[in-house]
Design a protein around this ligand. Sequence first.
Ligand code: SF4
Length: 384
Amino acid sequence: MKQRGHRSPAREKVQAADAFHASPDYLRTSQAAALSMRFVAGRFHRDIELGGINVLLNYQSGCHANCAYCGLARERPGAYEEKSFIRVDWPVIQTEQIIDRMDSYQHRMGRFCISQVVHRRTHEDTMEIIRQYRKRVTVPLSVLVAPPVLNRERIQEMKDAGVDMIGVGLDAVTEKVFDRRRGKGVQGGLVWRKYWEVIEMSREIFGPWKVNCHVLVGLGDSDRDILQFTVHVKSRQILAYLFHFYPEPDSRMARSRRPSLLRSRKIQLLKYLLETDKITLEQISFDKKGAVIEAVVKREIVDQAIDSGLPFMTNGCPDQASGMVSCTRPFGSYRPGEPFRDYPLLPTEEDRGQIRRQLRLSRWLDAYRGAGGSAPRKDDYGNS
Ligand code: SF4
């Protein structure tokens, strides 16, 4: 019979490894966050000042999930500390130093977000970091949770400890694509039903507009799937935050194609119009594969939306004071030097001109058809 408290050599080895630069004493921060907290020198393109700070739990044994598109996936080659996440390095920094900087720069910070990974220590370490953070910093706190390690009691514990918003990295919006990219299809162990249990429990505990689901365009869900999902979660007062797939080297999806810029722009615009009740799903036509082929929308509604620039900004948790997006994740969905896929700042007039051209409105928006208009082309949709 197995004795309680017995520690196998393998388990001790894992624990010793985890003691090395592991959470809760250390965290990985995005390059952008390290820059904004002045851990590294440099400036962002257009002098973007980042008010949303993202940190990631750090364990030597890594994340135990195996998502096909993720740089931290269990089966992706390389030691965990050398793995990248969204194709950029995440420097490892002492938690205490990060909290010191957050304390010093509270006046210009809009949000702090702890990203969990699937690991047996995730919950207790997250709670420890939250407690340390809350003792000194009042900037609102989000947790991007790992549903496999959560239950109702743990979600309530986060709420009681002062977490403001919960994010769920659902990424795929249909069970089929979720299973293929994160579950059985990759022996990843993630279960669609469990993710929804956590979304619903979080919605109950945190209340309206305090829970968000991350959605990744380009994993295999159609335009219709994504837009229907947007409408569904809106009806539950849950937010949908768009991301756009970009292949991570050496991941299973390293050779998969990105969504075209036109596809991203269409989804951004239509999602915004649906979320702001300017249109309904019935005004959009889809082909057999679920790609948008036409939308019937008044021209002034489209013009207003484009002129506001808002549909094309990064989706993310807000800054408490301004209500504008704080978690802007520059280069989360594209590389430096490429056109912004989502804008970490309000698009300028020049940007909006480019966006308008990228949208090719006359191809698919009824009100813009006429001189110069043409039917949609197959390659506009061929890369989901
Ligand atoms: S949008 Fe940003 S701050 Fe909000 S949960 Fe997602 S990563 Fe965290």
